[in-house]
Design a protein around this ligand. Structure first.
Ligand SMILES: N[C@@H](CCC(=O)N[C@@H](CS)C(=O)NCC(=O)O)C(=O)O
Length: 367
C-alpha cells in the first residue's frame, strides 16, 4: 500500500525535480518510485502510452502526466498556499519563467549533462536501469538507455558550434539569478511560484546535482545553489508570501529580458511553422495528433547561428501566458504590457496567431 500519491520519476530527471519540489512545498503525501524498466513496462506504458516521466498516480488511481498538468490538477485539490500569484505582473512573469525553465533551459541542461558530466550521467542511467547490479553491467545499460537523451543534443541545437554560446548564456543567467536570490528567497518573495518550479527542473537535476555543473553553480552563483536547496527542501512548506503590491523585483528584469532575447524569436518562428503545417494538413480535425517536431529551423544564441528542431509543444506551454494576457481587462493589460516592454517582450502583446493546441490521452493534439 502506498500512502497518498505516487510519483514515478528519478533524481536525474528534469521534470521529476519540478514535481517533487512542488509536492514537498504543498506537503502533499506521496511516495516516489524509481522509473525502472519494469515500471515503464507495467505502469507507464499501459497508462500513458509512451515512455515518459514524471507520472503521478492519485489515491483514486487516476494517472496524471506532464508536470504542468500534474501541478494544475494538484492545485485544485490542494488550494492552500497557491503557487500562482494573484498580482497581474507577478503571475505573468511566473508563467513566462515556467516556459523558459521547462522549454528553453533544456538546451543548457542537456549540454552540461552530456558534454560536461558524461560519465556520471551514464552511471546514473545505469543505476536506474539495473538497480543493485555491478557497475560494469550498469554502465552498459546506461550507455544503451541514455542514447535517445544524449542523441537529442543536435535537435536542441547543441553542437560544437553552439557550446561556447550556451555556456556564456548560462553563466550570464547564473550571475543574474545570483543577484536576485541574494535578496529574495524565491522569485517573487518568500513563497515559491510556478516560475520557481519551472526553473528548478533544469537547475536541480542537471545543473546542481550533476557534479561538474554543481561545482560551477556553487562557485559562481552560491545564492542560486541555496535557492535550489530551498526549493528541494522547503524551509516553510505551505508558507511564505508573494511580495505586496504585485512588485516585480528589478533583479528579475534581466532574467525576463534574457528569455525574450533568446527564446522569443524561436517561439514566433514556431508559430509560423505551425500555421504552415496546419495549412498543409487542412483535412485534419480537432483531436488530430500534432507531430513532436516540424522539421528544423535556424536560431541564434549570442553570436552564433545553428539549426534546431521545431517543437510545437513549446507553443502549448506558451498558450498559458498568452491566455492570461488575453483574459486581462484594460488596466491590467496595460500593467502587463508595461512589464513586457521593460523586458523587451512586447511581441507577446501581439503574438502571431497559431492553431490552438491541447492534450488528449497524454498527447499533443489540435484543439
Ligand atoms: N513537458 C513534460 C516533459 C516530460 C519529459 O520530457 N520527461 C523526460 C524526462 S525529465 C522524459 O521522460 N523524456 C522522454 C521523452 O520525452 O521521450 C513535463 O513537463 O512533464
Amino acid at each position: 500500500m502506498t500512502l497518498g500519491y505516487t510519483l514515478y520519476g528519478s533524481e536525474v530527471s528534469y521534470f521529476s525535480g519540478k514535481v517533487r519540489a512542488y509536492l514537498r512545498y504543498k506537503r502533499i503525501p506521496f511516495s516516489e518510485v524509481l522509473n525502472t524498466p519494469d515500471v515503464y513496462r507495467n505502469v507507464i506504458l499501459p497508462r500513458v502510452g509512451w515512455p515518459v516521466i514524471p507520472v503521478v498516480i492519485t489515491p483514486e488511481d487516476e494517472t496524471l502526466q506532464d508536470s504542468t498538468e500534474i501541478i494544475d490538477e494538484l492545485e485544485k485539490r490542494f488550494p492552500a498556499a497557491p503557487i500562482y500569484p494573484t498580482g497581474v505582473r507577478q503571475r505573468l512573469a511566473a508563467l513566462l519563467l515556467e516556459v523558459y525553465g521547462d522549454e528553453w533551459l533544456k538546451i543548457t541542461a542537456m549540454h552540461y549533462r552530456w558534454n560536461r558530466n558524461y560519465d556520471f550521467a551514464i552511471a546514473e542511467f545505469g543505476k536506474m536501469s539495473l538497480p543493485g547490479k555491478p557497475a560494469e553491467l550498469q554502465r552498459e545499460a546506461g550507455l544503451k538507455i541514455s542514447k535517445p537523451f544524449a542523441g537529442a543534443l543536435p535537435f536542441l541545437g547543441v553542437t560544437p558550434n553552439t557550446e561556447a554560446a550556451i555556456e556564456q548564456s548560462y553563466e550570464g543567467l547564473l550571475d543574474e539569478l545570483d543577484v536576485h536570490f541574494k535578496a529574495h528567497e524565491f522569485l517573487f518573495g518568500t513563497r515559491p511560484s510556478i516560475g520557481d518550479f519551472g526553473l528548478v527542473g533544469p537547475l536541480y537535476a542537471h545543473q546542481y546535482r550533476d557534479p561538474a555543473s554543481g561545482e560551477l553553480m556553487k562557485a559562481r552563483a552560491p545564492h542560486v545553489a541555496k535557492w535550489v536547496e530551498r526549493m528541494m527542501t522547503p524551509p516553510h512548506p505551505k508558507g511564505g508570501e508573494f511580495l505586496p503590491r504585485d512588485e516585480i523585483p528589478e533583479t528579475l528584469i534581466p532574467v525576463l529580458a534574457r528569455m525574450m532575447r533568446e527564446m522569443m524569436p524561436v517561439l514566433v518562428d514556431t508559430a509560423h511553422k505551425l500555421v504552415h503545417w496546419r495549412a498543409d494538413n487542412a483535412a485534419l480535425e480537432s483531436g488530430a495528433d500534432v507531430p513532436r517536431a516540424l522539421g528544423m529551423h535556424e536560431f541564434t544564441l549570442g553570436n552564433v547561428k545553428e539549426q534546431r528542431a521545431i517543437f510545437p509543444f513549446e507553443l502549448w506551454m506558451l498558450q498559458r501566458p498568452l491566455d492570461f494576457i488575453a483574459s486581462l481587462e484594460e488596466d491590467d493589460k496595460l500593467r502587463a504590457a508595461d512589464l513586457l516592454r521593460q523586458s523587451g517582450g512586447e511581441t507577446l502583446m501581439e503574438f502571431p496567431a497559431f492553431p490552438r493546441l491541447t492534450r488528449k490521452n497524454f498527447r499533443l493534439v489540435l484543439a
